[in-house]
Design a protein around this ligand. Structure first.
Ligand SMILES: *Cc1c(COP(=O)(O)O)cnc(C)c1O
Length: 417
């Protein structure tokens, strides 16, 4: 089963200037970095399991499509994605419901994302229900180790690419900047450094939902605040689920301490790490954030100066890189994760580049951005209007029935092939 990519180099490194290098992680089928780990994970799962696997995913948008593409037609697997009926954008919905493949299903659920998430969680803890199937049930969410492990690889790849281009000497430390949501991508870079990758500082970049920025500055994680909707939606998160793993490692694996902090987070929505842990974090991590206005401005500036359209998530990273540089006299070569193709967020990118009002219709914005930049539209976003639609919906109390029907139907279809 070949993996679909829009670049032969898989994760090309784009040089902005001598110091700033963007790791383009968006050449997979859905134009965002989650494609890379999900394509890898599905194949690992298919090889490792001696039973068929049914993967259930609750999504608020992008993960669903990346998971569908990751598992599409992978032998021995089925994937069922649930999304909140009115909770995803028109393009996100079209991307999902036009997925082909002989093992995929997409269900719109009445309710919001929490209903989806809880509906799926209920299934995982329902032993009686699961025992009725030949398949094993699994999830593909961002704390799955099968997603984290493959991400470690591209940091080494990027470093060797800098070596090959003579931008760094062997053993020279680089800084790493990552636009962060659930703390998965930056954690994989941290693990890479533990495996020997020479890293100076990790810059954890956030948008207006700057819980992590405050955490790295003060040592207090405070989730007691309102979630803001931004133009970098994949980073609109208040509780970054992978942070716990980082803290476990940096405290020298003191599980008691982590349990205490996280039960505080559960009860009081905040916790504070001890002084020693804070010192250790300060040595390697720096937290920054970019406002909405700064993000749009950065998109415009880099397009003007470098002829390169940054997607809003990457632009948050770039602004944080600039802010970090201003504060510290650090001139290390920097690797920055570029996490989405600009066409995936055409409206914000177009606004950043032209400074003008954009159109209500997302497809209009994609077309305008194409004309303006001369860049090709990423193939995962092309011709969505014309594709065949596979669609289904149900309410939360019918989830079990729906899953049974789908698995029965898909496995019969697969047997008859
Ligand atoms: C998921 C995502 C992120 C955040 O990655 P985490 O591993 O959750 O920190 C950033 N940018 C884009 C485009 C994403 O899809």
């Amino acid at each position: 089963m070949p993996i679909i990519l829009t670049s032969k180099r898989i994760v090309p490194v784009k040089e902005i200037d001598e110091e700033l290098h963007l790791l383009e992680l968006w050449h997979g089928p859905t134009a965002a970095f989650k494609d890379l780990p999900l394509q890898f994970m599905s194949r690992l799962l298919s090889k490792a399991m001696d039973k068929e696997t049914a993967v259930l995913v609750a999504t608020s948008g992008d993960t669903g499509k990346a998971a569908l593409e990751g598992f599409k037609n992978v032998e021995g697997t089925y994937i069922i994605v649930f999304y909140p009926k009115d909770g995803v954008s028109k393009i996100q919905k079209l991307q999902m419901v036009t997925t082909g493949g002989n093992n995929t299903a997409v269900i719109a659920l009445k309710g919001d994302f929490d209903d989806c998430q809880n509906g799926v969680k209920d299934i995982f803890s329902d032993r009686e229900f699961k025992s009725r199937f030949d398949q094993e049930f699994s999830s593909a969410n961002s704390i799955n180790w099968g997603r984290l492990a493959p991400q470690i690889i591209y940091w080494f790849h990027a470093y060797s690419s800098l070596l090959r281009k003579n931008r760094i000497q062997r053993g020279e430390k680089v800084d790493i900047v990552v636009p962060t949501g659930n703390f998965g991508d930056i954690l994989s870079a941290y693990y890479a450094s533990k495996m020997g990758l020479p890293v100076g500082k990790f810059v954890c970049a956030s948008n207006d939902n700057n819980v992590l920025t405050d955490f790295f500055r003060t040592g207090t994680y405070n989730a007691d605040r309102q979630l803001k909707k931004t133009i970098s939606p994949a980073m609109d998160i208040l509780i970054s689920s992978n942070l716990e793993r980082f803290l476990f490692d940096i405290t020298g694996k003191q599980s008691g301490k982590i349990r205490e902090w996280y039960s505080k987070l559960d009860k009081k929505e905040k916790f504070t790490v001890d002084r020693k842990t804070k010192q250790k974090m300060d040595e390697i991590f720096h937290g920054e954030y970019a406002t909405e206005e700064e993000t749009l401005h950065t998109i415009g500036k880099y397009y003007e100066e470098h002829d390169y359209p940054l997607d809003p998530h990457t632009a948050v990273g770039v602004k944080c890189y600039e802010k970090y540089r201003e504060k510290q006299s650090d001139e290390k070569v920097t690797l920055l994760a570029s996490t989405a193709n600009p066409f995936k967020f055409s409206t914000a990118v177009l606004k950043g580049i032209t400074g003008q009002k954009t159109f209500e219709d997302k497809f209009e914005n994609i077309e305008r951005l194409r004309k303006k930049t001369g860049w090709p539209v990423h193939r995962g976003l092309k011709g969505l209007q014309k594709k065949e639609i596979k669609h289904d919906y149900c309410s939360r109390n019918k989830i079990r029935k729906k899953i049974s029907e789908i698995l029965k139907k898909l496995s019969e279809e697969n047997k008859s092939i």
